[in-house]
Design a protein around this ligand. Structure first.
Ligand code: BES
Ligand code: MN
Ligand code: ZN
Length: 493
């Protein structure tokens, strides 16, 4: 699909299959609407008056004027009240238009998308490719008959102001890169566990490294992890036939190789059965998504390399599988982590924090500027924030505030939860330094408290994406969140 921006004020002269025109729910309409009204001898204003063309948010009406002065089809879309028009409303309008165009198999359009200048048109330009990609995404690698995906070929956006051209074009391009990164994350995350194991993640990482000279990829297998004393990480994978592999992707975009990097650590449980503390069978299939943190890191690294961001970034995919077996780790085991802190295993299903704690100790060697881990860590996070908000915790208020700001800017919602010292009581152990499960109450926070014991040497934030990384039920599939929010965060650095 091709996105273009054109500087023109005359709507009726545009050679296109279909014009997309914004309608305000109030009395005042744009000059574009007035021009079309003239060309149709007042038909449009009559239809607006009668309510057949509605200004209600997301309402669409397709018109075939077929007159001499106007040959194009026209898709009118309601934009609500001009004064309320923000990025969320713009997103709803774009979704409605794209769905209608795909349903009517219209392929070439010219759009007055920026007619409402109340919203930041740069942000809208960045969102547009992401919205289109989200609607047209399919995961049909394993379907024997693939349903063809309808798609647009040409989207031309009209602007009034020539000065905006280069910035808008740039944002459209960025939006396309972000859209591709999100789609890649979805596809890796959607892969079943019999295909996607830690080795698969490592191979994906290596392939990405081959595409970009700025990206160096190394993989640490079980022997290497053992040499580093990453015993908590290794314990989780012990019951699995698949080797635990930590994939490290180092991107150098800053001129100085020694610039402190931003570090991302993704939980990559390619399947989480719970281990000896086995999960109930209902819904266990969804635990193939327990590697969405790692898939997020992959997508972000792809975008960072394609955007050529002038910073250094290290992305880690902590690949591993949690299975019950004669060789599995057990409840009651005491593990000595890479940092030396000992952990009493209460529940082998609280495995994510065990994998992450060693990976978080490992990254100390980078002298990181900030470290962000991304993990489908706790079911409790779904209870707290539902499927709408990613949970944000950490040891640095400024970093947390920056992440929330990035989430608002990108429309990829996130909400902060507190992790003050009172919660630390819940992870005390009688026979080791800490336990790996702090009970039901505040489960998302006590999991973060556990991680906080391993992140004292740098600025750290933790994103719990248990509720946001995938959808269940009829629409089962990965969402690609929080790729957009993290790219925004890195772009703002
Ligand atoms: N991967 C799960 C968390 C999860 C569960 C995410 C359901 C999304 C949907 C994690 O490894 C886990 O099992 N956590 C336990 C922790 C508990 C044993 C302290 C949980 O949330 O029940
Ligand atoms: Mn688990
Ligand atoms: Zn898990």
């Amino acid at each position: 699909m091709k996105f273009q921006i054109k500087n023109s004020a005359i709507i009726t002269k545009q050679k296109t299959e279909c014009l997309v025109i914004s309608i305000d729910s109030g009395k005042s309409q744009s000059d574009f609407v007035k021009d079309i009204d003239k060309s149709t001898n007042g038909l449009v204003s009559e239809l607006i008056k009668s309510g057949d063309i509605s200004g209600e948010l997301g309402q669409t009406t397709l018109l075939y004027p077929n007159s001499n002065s106007l040959k194009q089809k026209i898709l009118f879309v309601g934009c609500g009240k001009n004064k309320d028009f923000d990025l969320i409303q713009a997103t709803k309008v774009i979704q409605a238009v794209i769905k209608e165009l795909l349903a009517k198999k219209i392929k070439n359009i010219t759009w007055d998308l920026f007619a409402f200048n109340k919203v930041n048109s740069l942000e809208v330009a960045k969102q547009l490719p992401q919205i289109v990609s989200d609607i047209t995404y399919r995961f049909d690698e394993f379907k024997t008959t693939k349903t063809p995906v309808p798609s647009l070929t040409n989207v031309t956006l009209l602007i009034h102001d020539k000065k905006a051209l280069s910035a808008l074009t740039d944002n459209l391009l960025q939006g396309q890169i972000i859209a591709n990164a999100i789609a890649t994350t979805k596809t890796i995350a959607n892969m079943p566990s019999n295909v996607c194991n830690a080795k698969y993640l490592a191979e994906q990482g290596k392939q990405l490294g081959k595409l970009h000279s700025s990206l160096k990829v190394t993989c640490l297998g079980e022997n290497e992890l053992a040499k580093l004393n990453m015993n908590a990480y290794l314990a989780v994978g012990r019951g699995s036939q698949n080797e635990s592999i930590m994939t490290v992707m180092e991107y150098q975009g800053a001129k100085d190789k020694k610039d402190q990097p931003y570090v991302l650590v993704g939980k990559g449980l390619t399947f989480d059965s719970g281990g000896i503390s086995i999960k109930p069978s209902a819904g266990m299939d969804e635990m193939k998504y327990d590697m969405c943190g790692a898939a997020t890191v992959y997508g972000v690294m792809q975008a960072v390399a394609e955007l050529k961001l002038p910073i250094n970034v290290v992305g880690i995919m902590a690949g591993c599988e949690n299975m019950p077996d004669g060789n599995s780790y057990r409840p009651g085991d005491i593990l000595t982590t890479m940092s030396g802190t000992t952990v009493e295993v209460i529940n082998t299903d609280a495995e994510g924090r065990l994998v992450l704690c060693d990976a978080l100790t490992y990254v100390e060697r980078y002298n990181p500027k900030t470290v962000i881990d991304i993990a489908t860590l706790t079911g409790a996070c779904i209870v707290a924030l539902g499927h709408h908000y990613t949970g944000v915790m950490g040891n640095n208020d400024k970093l947390i505030a920056q992440l929330i700001a990035s989430s608002n800017k990108s429309g990829d919602k996130a909400w902060a939860l507190p992790i003050d010292s009172e919660f630390q009581e819940q992870i005390k152990s009688t026979c080791a330094d800490i336990v790996n499960a702090g009970g039901r109450d505040g489960g998302t926070i006590t999991a973060a408290c556990f991680l906080s014991r391993f992140t004292e040497k740098y600025q750290w934030a933790h994103l719990d994406i248990a509720g946001t990384a995938w959808k269940s039920g009829g629409q089962k599939g990965a969402t690609g969140r929080p790729v957009a929010m993290l790219i925004q965060y890195l772009q703002d650095q």
